[in-house]
Design a binder for this molecule. Structure first.
Ligand code: SF4
Length: 83
């Protein structure tokens, strides 16, 4: 069970436009950067953000893995992947 969902209205401004984003609840665990290094980066101020939306199936799979494994559910996908 997911205890919370990422908040579109609390996205970090560094996220590129598109489906995936990181919101303000990120605790900088680094999980998403390990899971999807082509798409997530750590900002100097201590939180992750999406610097590139997935452009192929492998990146999409990695982004889904990042979203599923984020310990605080800070990654959103605009509801597209919630099945
Ligand atoms: S997995 Fe979640 S908490 Fe960890 S850095 Fe990424 S967005 Fe932040």
């Amino acid at each position: 069970m997911v205890s919370r969902m990422a908040e579109k209205t609390a996205k970090w401004p560094q996220n590129v436009p598109g489906k995936y984003y990181v919101d303000e609840s990120c605790i900088a665990s680094d999980f998403c950067i390990a899971a999807a290094p082509n798409n997530f980066k750590m900002d100097d101020s201590g939180h992750a953000y999406v610097f590139k939306q997935p452009e192929n199936e492998e990146e999409e799979r990695q982004c889904r893995e990042a979203l599923a494994g984020c310990p605080v559910c800070a990654i959103g996908d605009n509801g597209i992947g919630n099945d």
